[in-house]
Design a protein around this ligand. Structure first.
Ligand code: MG
Length: 382
């Protein structure tokens, strides 16, 4: 029987890749729900192709357009943030694929787990915001969280058949982004265009900026903490510009396992959908001779202060990682809008983390309030 799936953020980079993988799996996966923020054209095309029972559109104007275009197609259209949350909470799917961007992905993750639905998580911000709540909900409902992030998929694959107590540390690899070798004293002149030009990965705007500041790697450290139950001191980062090794696990006997492949998000997406099977791929194979060299460098905390901020937030615990995440979301959008400099991003995040009212064990309401506080804080800091 086909596996039933809902895809949140189906018109974004991860969502479109997921639908491509579903096509190549020839009927193994049935698309029941898809949602978009405001890309009406692509969402309508997807709806007509996959025939979901409902679609969600967050932007209310775009929702009207989608409703008109799908009139008579027997596909329900749910509008607004409430429509998205409604779809996220439905229990008539086997897996919910969360391809949303930023803090807004947190609540849908919790809703799906609460409804007893497994979650394929591309939205790492969910765990950075609410890792503790998410793990508790998972335990309560006996659900599973599958990592889609390529580094965490790599760790997961390296851990198949292993015991967590045999793990000494994990090593997350990062390409170093477009500014790995840029002169440090020119960082305040970084333009949006330069920051959006990632050397290896083709991704959405927000995560591409996160890769340029390397906050993406910092968020992944926090994500790994919650996914694998490891302490900050057991999670290392190494810069690996070729993006061929997607991450590594070092065991107590100093044996190290690495997972490799072409840098293509379809690989971890397909593994989530076909686990524990590695199904036939339609994409390019890894050609190590063509790659030639794999190189490694120390992470540079001076160039990329966001990495240090993320480690500090993880050590501080409680609400600090949530504030880090929301401040980062908002600072990145302000940078994309040309309102702040590249170097303002870590400065604003650090200030927000310092100034917020810390809570050790926040509930959902605390986190939603903190999201509002942090958004307002960044607005005033710009
Ligand atoms: Mg990643």
């Amino acid at each position: 029987m086909a596996k039933r799936i809902s895809i949140l953020g189906s018109t974004g980079s991860i969502g479109r890749n997921t639908l491509n993988v579903i096509d190549s799996l020839h009927g193994e996966i049935e698309v029941i729900y898809i949602t978009a923020r405001k890309n009406a054209d692509v969402l309508v095309q997807q709806a007509l192709k996959y025939r979901p029972s409902a679609v969600g559109v967050i932007d209310k104007e775009a929702a009207k357009i989608v409703e008109n275009r799908l009139a008579g197609e027997k596909i329900n259209v749910l509008a607004g943030r409430l429509g998205l949350l409604d779809i996220a909470a439905r229990d008539d799917v086997d897996i919910m694929f969360n391809g949303l961007v930023g803090s807004s992905g947190m609540e849908p993750t919790l809703s799906a787990l609460h409804a007893g639905v497994d979650v394929a998580l591309s939205n790492k911000e969910s765990l950075v915001m609410a890792g503790d709540l998410i793990n508790r909900e998972k335990l309560k409902t006996g659900t599973t969280l599958f990592p889609v992030d390529s580094e965490h998929s790599a760790i997961w694959q390296c851990l198949v058949g292993e015991n967590l107590e045999d793990v000494r540390r994990i090593i997350l690899t990062g390409s170093g982004g477009p500014f790995r070798t840029r002169e440090l004293n020119t960082f305040s002149d970084v333009t949006v265009e330069e920051a959006l030009n990632h050397p290896n990965w083709d991704m959405g705007d927000k995560i591409t900026i996160d890769s340029a500041t390397m906050m993406n790697k910092g968020l992944e450290v926090i994500e790994a903490h919650w996914l694998f139950g490891l302490e900050a001191k057991q999670i290392d980062i190494v810069v690996h510009p070729q993006s061929i090794i997607h991450s590594m696990v070092e065991f107590n006997d100093s044996s190290v396992k690495a997972q490799m492949g072409v840098p293509d998000m379809k690989v971890p997406i397909q593994y989530v959908l076909t686990y524990p099977k590695h199904a036939q791929a339609t994409w390019e194979q890894l050609d190590l001779v063509k790659v030639g060299q794999l190189t490694f460098e120390e992470k540079d905390l001076k160039r990329f202060p966001c990495i240090g901020l993320a480690y500090d937030a993880l050590r501080a615990g409680g609400t600090t990682t949530a504030v880090l995440n929301v401040a980062n979301d908002n600072a990145v959008y302000n940078f994309l809008d040309g309102k702040i400099k590249f170097t303002d991003i870590p400065r604003i995040i650090e200030k927000a983390c310092e100034d917020h009212e810390w809570i050790e064990s926040p509930n959902l309401e605390d986190l939603l309030n903190l999201e509002l506080w942090t958004t307002e804080f960044v607005k005033n800091a710009v």
